[in-house]
Design a protein around this ligand. Structure first.
Ligand code: UDP
Ligand code: MG
Length: 136
């Protein structure tokens, strides 16, 4: 069954730094996503810690939060049918080495930490993450 959903996407610092913003947006648009909202920002480490708090017990948490706050990012609200799942499919596996051909991480990801994009992992988290960045 198809349902219209919104999900949160982030183009991470490694991709913004390499000027991949437009190419990645084209991949979303070609896959049927509408970019409903977007902004280019740089966040504080404390905000990254809050955003990624589900990972606070993981060994990579500190480096991950330093990394996400290390440079400009593009945060976007994406809409299409089954947006959460379809975005995860288009992004590809967390480790670019495991990502399938045609996915964003396969094409642009450098490593498991510098993997170019973030996408919400459930509809519930999508709502929380959209609010995190776009609540006025
Ligand atoms: N990450 C990392 N090392 C790991 C696993 C994850 O640096 O061993 C980073 C990676 O940037 C990933 C983020 O932490 O995108 C969040 O991890 P998650 O398991 O939620 O992966 P995702 O949902 O982004 O695919
Ligand atoms: Mg995740």
């Amino acid at each position: 069954m198809s349902k219209l959903e919104q999900t949160l996407s982030i183009i991470k610092p490694d991709a913004v730094e390499r000027n991949l913003e437009n190419e990645i947006k084209v991949m979303f648009k070609n896959d049927g996503f509408l970019i409903l909202k977007e902004k280019k920002i740089q966040i504080e480490k404390s905000e990254a810690e809050n955003f990624y708090k589900v990972h606070q017990t993981k060994p990579f948490y500190n480096d991950l939060c330093s990394y996400l706050s290390s440079g400009p990012i593009i945060v976007m609200v994406l809409e299409r049918n089954n947006a959460v799942l379809r975005n995860r499919e288009l992004m590809g596996a967390t480790n670019p080495k495991d990502a399938k051909e045609g996915t964003i991480r396969k094409k642009y990801g450098i490593s498991i930490d510098k993997n170019s994009v973030h996408g919400s992992d459930s509809l519930e988290n999508a709502k929380i993450e959209i609010d995190f960045f776009f609540k006025d």
